[in-house]
Design a protein around this ligand. Structure first.
Ligand SMILES: Nc1ncnc2c1ncn2[C@@H]1O[C@H](COP(=O)(O)OP(=O)(O)O)[C@@H](O)[C@H]1O
Ligand SMILES: [Mg+2]
Length: 346
């Protein structure tokens, strides 16, 4: 299998998400996959009606790959989307497809799709300038979560405790944030400082972790110091995550789920989820699962694929295996996953 992985930054130890790229390189080597890490910004796009294969990278023609893995996430620019569409049109399998990446990079678009499918989301208002404080108070109330439309790693998400604070913030935004898009969102109190990340690969929940903030704050992002622990999602949660991925047409997705008093609420979906914390907490090999699932989905050659396919089925079963056990009255059932041994193909 020949594969391209798209990543826009120079690889280095302190570069966010570089770890994931290194892990893909490692897994590709183990599975005998030819993997090239490319910067989408260095392609030249020439679109014509002649047909045939066209890929010009740093001035050279590249051969057609079997699969493209974009790792650009919510920072995917218009240019990168155009590059992805160029190769999608030329018949290359892309995980995830550009339309899905574009939709989930926009948190409101994500919620619009999910609300349309009847799935549970926090009530959310798209900010307008001047900010209508009365509308936010009537529709959502306080505390209220304020988010940038296209944020990541917890930057650009804050909690406004009361009307006075929100008034101040609204004044600040009115003056300083013209041209930026913000969301005002219902604060899911039962989930303060914790949520669950479920990894869905090709329609299966293959791993899950609970994330907890360690500083008392309401954000549980690992990039902000949150702790990760393995988590056995109750079937309803795993099914919800799978539905979210399906509605958003994501073949690989990190679905973040909040605990409400009597139900779950979907926080967001990530098209190229970081998985350093997940691999540590759950003892899974995420790139391996992705390669195997995509080789199966798109009929791509993979050495020993039958053996590795069983590994993905086992991962999905393991994540759903143990029965849920409620830990408090405030939130839906949750349970710890047992420590699992590193899976090896039979
Ligand atoms: N509506 C909400 N209610 C309670 N906590 C929330 C809410 N929205 C986000 N959070 C917390 O903040 C974190 C970051 O928010 P998120 O929308 O996922 O932004 P990012 O894309 O930057 O990770 C979440 O993982 C969750 O812990
Ligand atoms: Mg998040």
């Amino acid at each position: 299998m020949r594969c391209w992985l798209f990543f826009n930054r120079d690889l280095g130890p302190n570069v966010p998400e570089a770890h994931e790229v290194f892990r893909f390189q490692e897994a590709a080597k183990a599975l005998d996959i030819e993997l090239h890490v490319l910067k989408p910004s260095e392609f030249d796009l020439v679109v014509d009606s002649l047909g045939g294969w066209s890929a010009i990278y740093q001035g050279r023609e590249l051969r057609k790959p079997d699969l493209i893995i974009p790792r650009t996430g919510s920072e995917t620019s218009y240019f990168t989307l155009a590059v992805l569409r160029h190769f999608e049109r030329q018949g290359v399998a892309i995980v995830n497809p550009p339309a899905a990446i574009e939709a989930v990079a926009d948190k409101l678009h994500t919620l619009q799709v999910l609300a349309g499918a009847g799935l549970p989301i926090p009530k959310t208002i798209l900010g307008k300038f001047p900010v209508d404080v009365g509308l936010v108070e009537r529709e959502i109330g306080f505390p209220v979560v304020v988010k940038k439309l296209r944020g990541t790693r917890g930057a650009g998400v804050m909690l406004c405790e009361n009307r006075a604070q929100f008034d101040d913030l609204a004044n600040l935004l009115d003056g300083a944030a013209q041209g930026q898009d913000f969301l005002f969102q219902q604060y899911i109190k039962a989930s303060h400082g914790r949520d669950v990340r479920v990894l869905v690969v090709d329609g299966k929940a293959v791993a899950a972790m609970e994330r907890r903030s360690t500083d008392g704050g309401f954000k549980s992002n690992i990039s902000l110091g949150g702790a990760a622990m393995p988590f056995a999602p109750p079937p309803a949660m795993a099914e919800l995550a799978v539905k979210v991925a399906r509605e958003l047409q994501l073949d690989v997705a990190g679905i973040d789920i909040l605990f409400d008093k009597t139900a779950y609420r979907i926080c967001e979906a990530n098209s190229s989820p970081g998985f350093q914390g997940l691999e540590r907490a759950c003892d899974v090999d995420v790139p391996e699962l992705v390669f195997v699932a995509m080789s199966r989905k798109f009929g791509l050659p993979l050495r020993h694929s039958a053996r590795w396919e069983r590994a993905i089925d086992r991962a999905a079963k393991a994540v759903l295996g143990p029965m849920p056990r409620p830990v408090n009255d405030d939130a839906p059932a949750m349970a710890r996953a047992p420590t699992r041994r590193k899976r090896k193909p039979a």
